[in-house]
Design a protein around this ligand. Structure first.
Ligand code: ADP
Ligand code: ZN
Length: 202
């Protein structure tokens, strides 16, 4: 239970399709019902517009502001804002760790949603650090499209050497640990981890 006026950091993480955005929207909607002053941010990735939406795969939507960097979150947060939502937090720079701590120290409730692992199954920075400094962490799970078990991995279905490939549906699906295949071929046809082990994070 979060006491009003006491700052906090809540992390909602998991694979794609696990319901992170739905859960973020649910908590933010409840904060609005409680008449808290709410602001929502997303990293600006492929949109030229600053007014964007947090959209869940199930179709829920919430207006958000697209920002270039974590510093812009701090810049754009109004003094009177009580609850801050941040979606797709895995795409932010490391600065987000200090900034969320600072906002929470100011008495604000910061809700963060993001992928805990990338398509290789490697921890997706800066999420691990955000999970460490959080007051509360939930790991959401999707349904494995292969076997129906709870899924904690994001399977990339297309070949690419890029860590981040944003966009079209059909490029990723949820898989359980057993059905997950980290060795999907890269563009040149080679396996990303010839030794079978993903490299450590840079
Ligand atoms: P995330 O933000 O974690 O990617 P969303 O909140 O956008 O997830 O979407 C969750 C919704 O996606 C579910 O409520 C369900 O309607 C839909 N969905 C589609 N495929 C799956 C799947 N494989 N497992 C669970 N939910 C799925
Ligand atoms: Zn499975």
């Amino acid at each position: 239970m979060i006491t009003i006026g006491t700052g906090s950091i809540e992390v909602i993480c998991g694979s794609m399709f696990s319901g992170k955005s739905e859960e973020l929207i649910r908590r933010l909607t409840r904060a609005k019902i409680a008449r808290r002053r709410v602001q929502v941010f997303k990293p600006r990735i492929d949109s030229r517009y600053s007014e964007v939406e947090v959209v869940s795969h199930g179709g829920l939507r919430l207006l958000a502001l697209a920002v270039e960097s974590s510093a812009e979150i701090l810049e754009k947060t109004h003094d009177r804002t009580e609850v801050i939502g941040i979606d797709e937090a895995q795409f932010f720079d490391k600065g987000i760790i200090e900034i969320t701590n600072r906002l929470a120290d100011l008495g604000k409730r910061v809700l963060i949603a993001g992928l805990d692992q990338d398509f290789r199954g490697v921890p997706f920075e800066p999420m691990p650090a955000l999970m460490a400094i959080a007051d509360d962490v939930v790991k959401m799970r999707a349904i494995c499209v292969r076997c129906g078990a709870p899924a904690s991995r994001t399977q990339r279905l297309i070949a690419s050497d890029e860590l981040v490939v944003v966009g079209a549906t059909g490029m990723y699906e949820a898989r359980c640990r057993r059905c997950f295949e980290p060795g999907v071929a890269t563009v040149d046809g080679s396996l990303p981890f010839p030794d079978g082990e993903p490299p450590p994070n840079p």
